[in-house]
Every structure is written in C-alpha cells, then in structure tokens.
Design a protein around this ligand. Sequence first.
Ligand code: HEC
Length: 181
Amino acid sequence: MADMPPFVAIVAAMAVASSFILAIQARAAVTPLSEAQSDYVEYCAGCHGMQGSSAPSRVPELRDRVGHFLCTREGRAYLIRLPNVAHAPIRDDAQLARLMNFVVFALGGKSAPSDALPYSGSEVAAMRKNALKQTALVNLRRRIVADLVRRCGAPPDLHGFSAGAPFTGEAGATRSVQSKR
Ligand code: HEC
C-alpha cells in the first residue's frame, strides 16, 4: 500500500479487516451446539465419549443402545437415578430432561422404542430425588436388562457394556462387584 494515497490505504486496510471479522462471524455461525449437546460435552463426554462411545469395558456404550432402557418404567427411571445423572451439576430439572432426551433419542438412535415419550422436567425432578447408590447399580442393571431382553426384545448383549462384548470391567468409576452372567 506504499504507493497508495493515505485515504485509499486506510479504506483498503479497513476492507481487509472487516472481511476478516465477517469470516470469523461466519465461522462462529456454523451449527452452534444446542444446550443439551454442550451439557453432554461438559458433563458426560469425558467418560462416555463425544459420540456416546468410549472405553466399553468400563463405561457402557450409549450409542444406539441406551434407548432400550425406555421400554420399561424401571429402566426409564434407572437412567435418571444413575448417580452421575441424578447428581449432575445441572440444577434445572427441565434442562437435565433436555440433556437426557438428547442422550436417549439422538445418541440412542433407533434403540428407543418408537412410542417412547421424552422425559419431562417434573418427571426428572421426581426420579433424581431417588438417586441410586453406586453399590446398588450392578444388580439393579442386571435385573432391568434381563427384563428388557425378555419383555422388549432388547439384544442380550445389552448385559455387557457394548455390542458383542462381555462385561469384563468394574462397573462404575468407583469400585463395584463383577457381573456374573
Ligand atoms: C466419571 C465417568 C462418568 C461420567 C462423568 C458420566 N458417566 Fe454415565 N456412566 C459411567 C459408568 C462407569 C457407568 C456404568 C454404571 C455405573 O457404574 O455408574 C455409567 C452409566 C451410564 C448410563 C447407563 C448406561 C447403561 O447401559 O447402563 C447412562 C445413560 C449414563 N451413564 C449417562 C450419563 C450422562 C447423561 C452423564 C452426564 C450427565 C454421565 N453419564 C456422566 C461413567 C460416567
């Protein structure tokens, strides 16, 4: 810009700067995460993976599987009563319901029964008051999954933490007993 009159150089510089800003704004406008998605990333994805799939011997796969739990009343409540869900640092029950609807219907894919209703805030409020203790989880999960397999035709490998994989790990980030199936 050395040979331009100063005014032209300033306008040219401003044009460059504003197109740069527009480019940044255009980038920021690209599909922002929904509140439920960003809550999932913040509070759950560290263990369960960005796509609902992570170390499956220790952490159950959510992807294309977690929706099965909606088939029974107990299974539906189990998902909200899980310590990491019931005690998630999301105070607003409706917000937690939206997060769980993302988990079961988006990550869960086709595994959710076609007539399953989304969680409501008041339903989540009641269920999370009845949070599970980590030690009770393994037996309760086994019983719920047996019921889902028997009554709803869920795949038997739902007993494990991922498709086709036997359950080999410890349940929970905390200590627990090994599944004997
Ligand atoms: C510290 C790691 C960790 C975090 C954080 C975590 N989870 Fe989990 N999650 C687990 C483990 C381990 C299990 C297996 C059951 C258990 O022992 O708690 C589990 C079980 C589940 C299940 C039941 C799946 C099944 O097949 O039994 C769901 C649903 C779930 N978590 C959702 C969430 C959601 C939603 C969040 C975020 C609010 C979350 N989890 C945060 C580790 C975690």
